[in-house]
Design a protein around this ligand. Structure first.
Ligand code: URA
Length: 247
């Protein structure tokens, strides 16, 4: 912000006066949010926005690091890096495997066919896509959509961990075996493991089937819906359909 010199002097004097008052232990002085803004001080009423701004800066920093990452050979074949996208203060974070062809072209996670199904799942839970965060274990597409190698996952995981630490979602939904393997180091079959609560860095984690699997095997949608409902119950929410039936 550019201030004229006389305004800067007023701000300086006011700052000094407030410091003096604080040092002297005098009664707190009422200051408007605008004055605090002028002084460059955080305003309590704006703390939510401030948190979002901080998260935005940190997420951008991670995305920039990802965009120039050369830790593994996927940097040679990728078109765009795919850091993930969505809310900066999400209740839910979805974690998939790795970008496919559509995501590699767009630089966005889950925008292909599996992504469209994921959007339906998110909407059925009563959220818009922008209200959750959607990311992946790998930030670059493996050629021919092959499974990520253990080395690639290990090298890429710090980015996801950074994102989780910044976003602090209430619940992580791990989509498919690779997400579970990457986050929990567990290679138990997804069929056995889905629907059972786990934890990652103190955050509740629900494993479920990957939307790409649901495209090949639609009857499994029933089990996924059970898992998503368990998530809603833990968040103290009800799916919109159940809400409207009650009315
Ligand atoms: N499958 C994934 O696991 N992630 C994507 O972003 C797209 C498809």
């Amino acid at each position: 912000m550019n201030h004229p010199t006389n305004l800067i002097n007023v701000i300086d004097n006011l700052s000094e006066y407030l410091e003096y008052e604080a040092e002297e232990n005098n009664a707190p002085v009422e200051i408007s949010p605008d004055t605090l803004k002028e002084l460059g001080q955080p305003c309590p009423a704006a703390s939510h926005k401030q948190q979002d701004d901080d998260a935005g800066v940190k997420m951008k920093k991670t995305a920039t690091a990802i965009s120039v990452c050369k830790k593994c050979s996927l940097c040679k074949t990728r078109t765009k890096t795919v850091p993930g996208q969505g809310s900066l203060a999400p209740e839910i974070m979805f974690v998939g495997e790795a970008p496919g062809a559509d995501e590699d072209a767009a630089g966005l996670a889950f925008v292909g066919r599996a992504g469209q199904l994921l959007t339906k799942m998110i909407n059925a839970m009563g959220y818009a896509r922008e209200e959750v965060f959607i990311g992946n274990i790998l930030k670059c597409r493996p050629p021919e959509n092959r499974k990520p190698s253990p080395e690639e996952m290990e090298l890429c995981l710090p980015y996801l961990k950074e994102q989780i630490a910044v976003l602090k979602p209430k619940i992580i939904i791990a989509l498919g075996a690779t997400a579970i393997q990457g986050l929990l180091g567990i290679s138990t079959g997804i069929t056995k493991f889905r629907g059972t609560w786990s934890s990652f860095s103190g955050i509740d984690l629900m494993p479920t089937y990957h939307p790409a699997y649901l495209l090949r095997n639609p009857p499994a949608k029933k089990e996924v819906w059970q898992d998503l409902q368990a998530v809603l119950t833990r968040l103290g929410r009800k799916p919109p359909q159940a809400e409207s039936k009650k009315k």
